[in-house]
Design a binder for this molecule. Structure first.
Ligand SMILES: *[C@@H]1O[C@H](CO)[C@@H](O)[C@H](O)[C@H]1NC(C)=O
Ligand SMILES: *[C@@H]1O[C@H](CO)[C@@H](O)[C@H](O)[C@H]1NC(C)=O
Ligand SMILES: *[C@@H]1O[C@H](CO)[C@@H](O)[C@H](O)[C@H]1NC(C)=O
Ligand SMILES: *[C@@H]1O[C@H](CO)[C@@H](O)[C@H](O)[C@H]1NC(C)=O
Length: 517
């Protein structure tokens, strides 16, 4: 049966301000910073389409949508939502206040389908770092934002695990930025569940230098299917066993197998019961809104929503739990950092613990000023088709030039941990470097700075690039020894959409890397 809830029910709610206590991490657990009570996320993944015609897909900037959904969230009894796609601009005050007033915390993905690390040709450049920083600027002012995710299911097979190095670089650099701002919101990562690389992934994000680690670990887990499954038979028990003694919180950033429908959520008694509460900090059921993949709790249409069959089952299962935690005072952490996984195809792991350098616009802009032959295009194209053409052109130029000339300065290899000094520059900057190298090798003869009209000559402002590597961006220059010179929501089965933008931005990286290393 479907029951509509009038969205008018929350009118007036915004008037009663209730402060929400920030959460803090101690060891492998989250706590309410005021009461010291342990916090378990009773969460739901929340990404309804916005109700306005605005192009951005940011449900936290959609007051009407939040007004529609708050009564459902409160009725479900959730205390947290995970939001995949938001934007740094727009007004989030209304939604964030409604959520805070309802005691609901927010875990926020920093990436979007177009602003993300692409698993097929990974890179982490200053554009993406700047984008993540702007997200942090926008959302860190809300007390109920308790966690950021630097990626979602980026690596999803043994042969693309090199991408994990770039995600970890993003964690390192966003953590440094948050610290520099004097804040303490933790940055983590949400992995897919792929048994072949599960152990490698979970140890990789928990190994190495402590300021590079994920501050919490998210697992998207869909193993527990139907009433006949048990904690053991589902595979959950193995997963939990392998996180015992972890030194940071672990949380299910997605769960809720729907192979057997309607779902009755038998895993909930494990997640919030003695099976898991020592090791996991709760989870987020996938997902709030009904889509074609049939995981929804609420069928949303314009300003109204109606409950799906799963809705009451989830509510009932959640209400039957009362997770027993420890108090912050009485808890002494005993977890341990992990060893980094071995690197090599035979280990199904391709990411060295030597991370890509911290990207710096200043370095890349300085390098550009030293070039005599540059890309005519100065801004990344925005339409998908233009991006595709651009990516192909760039790939061809790399292919031609780097067969003859050493392009190591603009390439990198995650499996060896060797990165060129301009490897983090964006595609326009890197292809300019490549075309200029060719132009110089031809001693500037006519036609050697053309590349079918892609390139143009220019008078360099700097006679050489000798000081460029020392230039750091003020926003991301941290006190650590980052940047040494050897130096989402991505698409998943559940969260859709491809990322053409970063694909073309990084296609050059892969081509060059393949030729040089
Ligand atoms: C780098 O420059 C781009 C383009 O101006 C900007 O969007 C981005 O935020 C900058 N990144 C950093 C880390 O400052
Ligand atoms: C990576 O491995 C998957 C199977 O796990 C396979 O389907 C895919 O084609 C491989 N990709 C490449 C580029 O080898
Ligand atoms: C559990 O951890 C061991 C290493 O201690 C690893 O070999 C095994 O693959 C892991 N199991 C799972 C299910 O990840
Ligand atoms: C690089 O340029 C600077 C001036 O901009 C000059 O002092 C220096 O000698 C140059 N270095 C090389 C190696 O040409």
């Amino acid at each position: 049966m479907r029951v509509s809830v009038a969205s008018a029910a929350v009118v007036g709610l915004a008037a009663t301000a209730v402060a929400i206590d920030p959460l803090v991490i101690k060891g492998s657990k989250w706590f309410n910073s005021k009461s010291g009570d342990q916090f378990f996320a009773k969460g739901v993944d929340y990404q309804p389409d916005i109700t306005s015609t605005n192009q951005i897909r940011d449900p936290l900037a959609d007051k009407a949508g939040c007004t529609r959904d708050l009564p459902f969230l409160k009725d479900l009894g959730v205390n947290a939502i995970r939001v995949y796609q938001t934007e740094a601009y727009g007004n989030h005050d209304d939604c964030m206040k409604m959520l805070a007033d309802a005691g609901i915390y927010v875990m926020l993905d920093l990436s979007t389908p177009t602003q993300t690390i692409n698993r097929d040709s990974p890179s982490f450049d200053a554009d993406l770092l700047g984008y993540y920083q702007s997200k942090i600027d926008t959302f860190s002012k809300y007390d109920n934002v308790f966690a950021f995710l630097a990626g979602n299911e980026v690596a999803n097979a043994a042969n693309n695990t090199d991408s994990a190095a770039f995600v970890k670089a993003a964690i390192r650099d966003t953590r440094a930025y948050i610290k520099k701002k004097g804040l303490s919101i933790p940055v983590g990562y949400a992995t897919n569940d792929d048994a072949d690389i599960r152990w490698q992934q979970q140890t990789y994000f928990d190994c190495g230098s402590s300021d590079e680690q994920a501050e919490f670990y998210g697992l998207n887990l869909y193993e527990y299917c139907g009433e006949d499954a048990t904690f053991e038979s589902s595979g959950y028990a193995n997963v939990v066993k392998n996180f015992t003694n972890w030194d940071v919180p672990v949380v299910l950033t997605e769960y809720g197998c729907n192979a057997i429908r309607p779902r009755t959520f038998p895993e909930i008694k494990s997640i919030y019961g003695s099976d898991m509460t020592d090791v996991f900090s709760g989870g987020f059921v996938y997902e709030y809104v009904e889509e074609s993949n049939k995981y929804g709790l609420v069928d949303v249409s314009g300003n109204s929503g109606s409950k799906t069959e799963d809705y009451n089952n989830f509510k009932k299962a959640l209400a039957a739990t009362s997770p027993k935690g420890v108090s912050m005072k009485s808890y002494s952490p005993s977890g341990k950092q992990q060893e980094c996984p071995k690197v090599g195809k035979q280990y199904s792991w391709l990411a060295s613990s030597d991370l890509p350098p911290t990207p710096s616009n200043a370095t890349c802009e300085c390098m550009m000023k030293s070039l005599s032959c540059v890309s005519k295009t100065t801004e990344m194209p925005t339409s998908n088709s233009d991006l595709k053409t651009f990516g192909e052109d760039v790939g061809n130029i790399f292919g031609q030039v780097c067969a003859d000339i050493d392009c190591g300065d603009v390439s990198g290899d995650a499996s060896t941990g060797k990165y060129g000094k301009y490897s983090f520059c964006n595609a326009i900057q890197r292809v300019s470097w490549v075309m200029n190298a060719w132009y110089e090798s031809q001693r500037g003869v006519d036609g050697s700075c053309d590349f079918n009209g892609f390139a143009t000559t220019t008078k360099p402002e700097l006679s050489n690039d000798s000081t460029c590597s020392d230039q750091k961006d003020s926003t991301s220059d941290s006190d650590s020894e980052n940047g040494k010179d050897n130096s989402e929501d991505t698409d998943s089965e559940h969260t859709s959409t491809s990322s053409v933008a970063s694909l073309s931005a990084s296609v050059v990286f892969v081509i060059a890397a393949a030729m040089l290393f």
